[in-house]
Write a protein that binds this ligand. Structure first.
Ligand SMILES: Nc1ncnc2c1ncn2[C@@H]1O[C@H](COP(=O)(O)OP(=O)(O)OP(=O)(O)O)[C@@H](O)[C@H]1O
Ligand SMILES: [Mg+2]
Length: 307
C-alpha cells in the first residue's frame, strides 16, 4: 500500500477529519492586531438649547459631523485621510488625539480605549502652534520636559539635538519662530512631535499653509524621515499627489453631515518613493483618477446642497 501523499494528510476529507484527526497540530497563525482601531465612531456636536440661547435667539440643533466610522490601522503604516472640506477629518483626528470627546463607538490604541491626550500620540498642526517666545530648541525642550520630566539632562540634550538634525534645522537652534520661514516652522513642529517619541504621529494638513515649492520639499523630507523611523502616521490632506506619495493607505471620506468612510485605497508603490518617478508606476494614474472622481463627486454634492 502506498503512503498517503502529503497533500492528502494536510487536507483530509471531512469524514477523515471526524474519524481520526490527521491534521498536524500547527501553532495558530498570528492575526496582526491593529495598533489603532476606530470602531463605529460617531461625533455629535451638541446644540445650544439653554434659556439664555433661547432668549437671545441663538439656539442651535445637535449636529452629527461623522457617523459610524470604522478604521483599523496596523503598526508602521502611513495612512492619509482625504475628503471634501468640512466633512469631519479634523474632528476624527482630534478624537484620535484625545482632544475631543467621542459621542458613540470607541477608539482603541493597543486595545485600550483612548481617554484623552497622551504621549503615545504626537500632533503636528497646520498653523505650527509653536510658542513664539521660545527658540527652536526651547520649543522642543518644552515638549520633551512636559512628557519626560525626569529625563537626565544629557539625554534631554541628545534627544533635542537628534530631532533638530533629523528635520535639518542645525544652525537654527537659537532662532525664534518669527525668524523662521513657514517651512522651517513646520520642521520645528515635526521635530517637536517626534521628540516625544510617540507611537503614532497625527498630522492635520501639515503642509497646508506652505507655498507649493516648500510643500514639495517638506513632503520629500517626511518621506525620508518615515523611511528612517517607520512610525505609524495618520495625516489629513487635501492633496491627492501628497497622499499618493506618502501613504500606504488612503481613507476617502464622504461629505457631511454624518460623514462616513467611502473607501480605503491601498497604495502599492514600492519604497523609498521618489516624487519625480512615482507617476511611472502602472497603478498611479488609476488611483489618482479614482480619488479625483471621489473628491469631485462629494464636493459637487456639497455645493449642490447649498443652492
Ligand atoms: N465645535 C464645533 N461645534 C459645532 N460644529 C462643529 C465644531 N467643530 C466642527 N464642527 C462642524 O463639524 C463639521 C466637520 O468639521 P471639521 O473641522 O472636522 O471638518 P474638516 O473635514 O476638517 O474640514 P476642512 O477640510 O475644511 O479642514 C463641520 O461642519 C464643522 O462646521
Ligand atoms: Mg480640518
Amino acid at each position: 500500500m502506498s503512503a498517503p501523499s502529503i497533500d492528502s494528510v494536510r487536507s483530509p476529507t471531512p469524514s477523515a477529519r471526524t474519524a481520526v484527526s490527521l491534521e498536524p497540530v500547527l501553532p495558530k497563525p498570528e492575526i496582526p492586531s491593529a495598533q489603532l482601531s476606530v470602531r463605529n465612531v460617531t461625533k455629535v456636536f451638541e446644540g445650544k438649547q439653554d434659556l439664555f440661547s433661547k432668549l437671545t435667539r441663538k439656539t442651535t440643533r445637535d449636529f452629527t459631523a461623522i457617523e459610524d466610522i470604522s478604521i483599523d490601522i496596523e503598526p508602521n503604516t502611513f495612512v492619509s485621510i482625504i475628503g471634501p472640506s468640512g466633512c469631519g477629518k479634523s474632528t476624527l483626528l482630534n478624537m484620535i488625539a484625545g482632544l475631543s470627546d467621542i459621542s458613540g463607538g470607541e477608539i482603541l490604541l493597543n486595545n485600550q480605549p483612548i481617554r484623552g491626550p497622551g504621549p503615545d500620540r504626537g500632533m503636528v498642526f497646520q498653523n505650527y502652534a509653536l510658542m513664539p517666545w521660545m527658540s527652536v530648541e526651547e520649543n522642543i525642550r518644552f515638549a520633551v520636559e512636559t512628557v519626560y520630566p525626569k529625563l537626565a539632562p544629557k539625554q534631554m540634550t541628545r534627544r533635542i539635538k537628534e530631532n533638530i538634525q533629523l528635520v535639518g534645522l542645525e544652525g537654527a537652534e537659537k532662532k525664534h519662530p518669527h525668524e523662521l520661514s513657514g517651512g522651517m516652522r513646520q520642521r520645528v513642529g515635526i521635530a517637536r512631535a517626534l521628540a516625544i517619541d510617540p507611537q503614532i504621529l497625527l498630522m492635520d494638513e501639515p503642509f497646508g499653509a506652505l507655498d507649493a515649492l516648500t510643500r514639495g520639499f517638506l513632503q520629500s523630507e517626511v518621506e525620508r524621515i518615515w523611511e528612517q523611523q517607520r512610525k505609524t502616521v495618520i495625516m489629513i490632506t487635501h492633496s491627492i499627489e501628497e497622499a499618493l506619495l506618502l501613504s500606504d493607505r488612503i481613507v476617502m471620506m464622504t461629505r457631511g453631515p454624518a460623514a462616513r468612510v467611502d473607501e480605503i485605497l491601498e497604495v502599492p508603490f514600492p519604497r523609498p518613493r521618489n516624487r519625480e518617478t512615482i507617476d511611472q508606476h502602472p497603478a498611479y494614474h488609476q488611483l489618482k483618477t479614482e480619488m479625483e472622481r471621489h473628491l469631485f463627486r462629494e464636493t459637487q454634492a456639497v455645493e449642490a446642497s447649498r443652492i
